[in-house]
Each structure stands twice: as structure tokens, then as C-alpha cells.
Design a protein around this ligand. Sequence first.
Ligand code: HGY
Ligand code: MN
Ligand code: MN
Length: 405
Amino acid sequence: MIDRARLERRMGELARIGGTGTSVTRLGLSSEEQRARDLVGGWLAARGARVHRDPAANLWARFEPPGAGGQSLPIVVGSHLDSVPEGGRFDGALGVLCAVEAVESLLDAKSELRRPIEVVAWADEEGARFGVGLFGSTAAFGRLAANVAERHDRAGTSIADALRALGEHGDPALARRGPKEFVAYCELHIEQGPRLDQAGLALGVVDAIVGIYHARVTVRGRADHAGATVMTARADALAAAAEIVLEVERIARSRADAVGTVGEIAVRPGAKNVVPGECVFSLDLRTAHGLDSLVHDTLAAVERVTHARGVSASIDELARVSATTLDERIRGVLKRAAKSVGVDAPELTSGAGHDAQNPALAGVPTGMLFVRSTGGSHTPREFASIDDAAVGAEALAIALRELAS
Ligand code: HGY
Ligand code: MN
Ligand code: MN
């Protein structure tokens, strides 16, 4: 049913936006992300969708099938178009491409659909620029923290500024839609881990998504002369941060299904002959069970280390998304769809966060389909074959046809 050549052609077209070689940099709310929305929106409009961008820069494309018979609540399908810096070509993008291909193939086949279908491309899922992950879908489901639009990137541009530069008026909270507006949400995404590849399977169905905590930690010590300040007279912010980083690793390692990462770090004033006065670093904690206790133990370690070293720390919480079990019925639909394309899809828990957490937490019946990927993720090594992408798009089309009939 799906048009494999069309899917492959579009994968190449999209990868060229913000792309260099096999890597892609399309940061959230950037002009590259907007060019990607324009490309995808053009494809959808050409097939008769009503396309618009909402105040949080999410792209929506609504198809009213003739057979909808007044059923106004849609099935929503999509993913995100932004990437991490020097990321891969498939994270998020494959989900949007397969959503477009699945809907177009249903239109090509003149499938009998009794519900509208909305394709969505969520804005700034990675949070790589402003630190707020799942930004667009969080806005759409009314879960944004207050004053989030004042958060700014390293250049001092705020989320509100970036939205205004795109032609929006800068308040992402206006993007809110009620969860009762949707019958179901489906997202296809690369697995980003090794399990499907190790099992020799093209598809998996997600049973749950881990809980995620994001924060920015600022350690304040005292800048001093690197030569004239004896070791016992220092309040070295970077040395304290380094000990905290190792504590993050130790605590996460001590728990069966937890991970802890410090991916960003900055030092001030940042000169070789100055004892670091301040250090700011990111905190990414995840676990399928007991997020609050993982966070508590980690923040207690921050307190312990800073107290022992005579420095101080402040924690700026950016996101706390609880572990999310996905909808049994939608999981069943996706497993049957995978079966009908020849794959006995296992159920997998996602260690990566996804926009799907927001509709699911808002009470929208939500499911995710994983496509085998290799080479890890958030790296140019990330890879998914057109064969697996085509199988995924086919299964997604079958699932949408069942949900929309
Ligand atoms: O970080 C994540 O898990 C996702 O890729 N944003
Ligand atoms: Mn990602
Ligand atoms: Mn993603």
C-alpha cells in the first residue's frame, strides 16, 4: 500500500535541511526546523489537508475524509522534526515521514475512513536549545510550567523571542488543545537502542516510556588565583561539580533500571589560571520506576558534596515527566498491524522520552511503534533502513485505517 520510493525520496529531502553528511542539526524553534515544517506542510497541503502552525510552532494537518460522517474527533499521528546538535537523520523525522506516507497511502487506496486524521509535527521535542524538552507537545496539552517562554538559549534569545521571530506572538500556552479533542494518538519512532536489532526484528510496540527529570544545576564557589591560592583555601566550583557528576553516575548505576547523565557543563570565568567560581551543568535522570526517589537521592548527593566543599548549589527544575504506560487497546492495534506486515512485534519499554508521553498523561489513548535502528542515537551513526521504514509505514497505515474506520 505505501509508496516506498516516495518515502525514500522524502527521507533524503528532509535530511538535507540542517544536514551535513549523515548528521543533522535542526534545533527547536530554529529556521531549519521551520524549513522542515514548510517542506512537510507542503506535502500535506498538496493532498488536501488543512495545514496550520499553532502558537507553540507545532505543525498540524487535518484530513477530513468524505466518509467521516460528521465524526469530528480525529486520530492524531506524528512525531517531531527537530534534532539535537549533530544528531541523526531519523530521530523524530522518521516518525513524521512515516505518518505522512501512511496517510497518503490510505488516500491513494481510497480507504474508507470514518474519522478525520490529523498529522502533527511537534516543535522542539529535544529541548536542545532552551532546555525544555517535549516543548511543543507539552504546550499542546497544557502542561507547560509558568514563565517557560522566558527561558533563553546561550545567545540570550528567549522562547518568546524565537516564537515571535517565526511570526507567532510568543505565548506557547495558547497552543493548548483539550485532550478530549482527540480519539487516539500514534507515534512511530526509531528504537534508538539495540534490542530490535539483536532480536532480528523490524518493529516493536512500546508498552511504557520511562519517567524523566531534567534540571540545570548551578554550583557557586569562589574564583581565585590558580597560583596564589593554596589548595586548602579554595572553593572550587568545578571540582565540586566533578564530584557530583560521579555521584550521579554512582547512584544511577546502583539502581536496576535508572540512568543518569550530565551532558552539558559550563565553567565561569573559564580561564586556565583562575580557580572556577561557578559551574552550571545539566541533569538528566530517568527510570521506569521510582523517579521521585532517584531525584531525591541525587539532589541529596548535590547537597552533601557542596556542603562538604564549602560551596553552594541551586537547582532549576526544567521538566519532571512521570513514567507513562501506553494504552492497551492501541498497543493491540499496533501489534495486529505489525503482525499483518509479517512482524511478531515484541513490547519494549522506551528509555528515550517521546512527545507521546504528553497525550498519554493527558488521558488520550496513545500508542507507539518502534522501528529497528542501529548505531545508537543522537549521533550521526544513527541509522534505519528504508526496508524497515517501509514496513513501519505500512503497519502504521494499517493501524490508522483500523482506528479511523
Ligand atoms: O532525550 C530523549 O529521550 C529524547 O530523544 N528527546
Ligand atoms: Mn531524541
Ligand atoms: Mn525523538
